[in-house]
Design a binder for this molecule. Structure first.
Ligand SMILES: Cc1ncc(COP(=O)(O)O)c(C=O)c1O
Length: 294
């Protein structure tokens, strides 16, 4: 099998030669931004939206990407082409670059761009059908006036702590409350509630990432005649939902079976969730929602 090809700063390198410096502040301090992107059947899903979000994250962090958005798009597509991938999970990373051992970003004159394209299979068929066990964790989502997850930075320690807590009790995923106590999101997914045929999802101002899958699901649900409201949700509302599911690039749509021991709805994927999963698969496969990469 041919060696995987990785893009680093304008070069396409075999995996064994694709290395970054230990002085890169992405490594030393989590100082950088990233995107997780999927390609479906030769089309990169919502590439423009991902690149726009990447540059917005970089702007907040005053990270100078030093590359035009069009060139960034070409790097993503070039990496897929060189790896002969039609269906893929892509990791696009911009790090602050090489500096010294202090954290001062002024010491990092040149940011680095990395593209890794591979495959990911996050969820088993069993989980898709039966839903997953989740835990509302004691770890609060980082505040919006701090390391807010509206910015998709390389610092995922908040999510990792929550995942550990979930794993400790045999749960597959954690649900965050924000510092005000409202439901926020999962460790790398947005969250939806279905109640009486309507959908609810926490808004970005709760501290959640503005999800690209979330926006797609709102569009799909609206077309299906489901009323979608974006507003803060309480834990009580979550426990008493008819259905709960996560959305994300890697996750796509994952049903939630239980939350802190409370069974949600039937305890399996609900009817609305199942329908949305089918419609999302069609939406993701629609070339109108992607950029060709073959
Ligand atoms: C913290 C967080 N929330 C939500 C999401 C879902 O966003 P998207 O649908 O754009 O992948 C992700 C994944 O990127 C994430 O890392």
């Amino acid at each position: 099998m041919a060696e995987q090809i990785i893009y680093i700063d304008g070069e396409y390198l075999p995996k064994s030669k694709a290395v970054i410096s230990v002085f890169d502040h992405g490594f030393l301090y989590g100082d950088g931004v990233f995107e997780g992107i999927r390609a479906y059947n030769g089309y990169v899903f919502k590439l423009k939206e991902h690149i726009d979000r990447l540059y917005e994250s970089a702007k907040t962090m005053m990270l100078d990407v030093q590359m035009k958005k069009s060139v960034m798009g070409e790097a993503v597509i070039g990496t897929l082409k060189r790896n002969n991938l039609r269906d893929a999970y892509i990791r696009l990373i911009v790090t602050r670059g090489v500096g010294d051992l202090g954290l001062d970003p002024r010491k990092c004159p040149k940011s680095s761009v990395i593209v890794i394209a591979g495959t990911i299979s996050l969820m088993s068929k069993e989980a898709a059908e039966n839903g997953i066990k989740t835990l509302i964790t004691w770890v609060r989502r980082d505040p919006i006036d701090g390391t807010s997850h509206e910015t998709k930075s390389l610092n995922y320690l908040n999510s990792i702590l929550a995942k550990i807590e979930a794993n400790n009790v045999g749960a597959d995923e954690a649900i965050f409350l924000n510092p005000q106590g409202y439901v926020c999101e999962g460790t790398a997914e947005n969250l939806f509630v279905i109640k009486n045929g309507n959908a609810l999802t926490p808004p970005t101002y709760t501290g959640a990432l503005p999800g690209i899958t979330q926006v797609a699901v709102i569009e799909i649900a609206s077309k299906m005649g489901i009323k979608v409201q974006s507003r803060p949700i309480t834990a009580h509302e979550l426990f008493n939902a008819d259905e709960v599911f996560f959305t994300g690039t890697a996750a796509e749509i994952i049903p939630v079976a239980s939350i802190n021991g409370r069974v949600i709805g039937s305890g399996k994927a609900g009817e609305v969730t199942k329908k949305l999963r089918r419609e999302f698969a069609k939406y993701a496969a629609d070339p109108a929602n992607g950029t060709p990469c073959v």
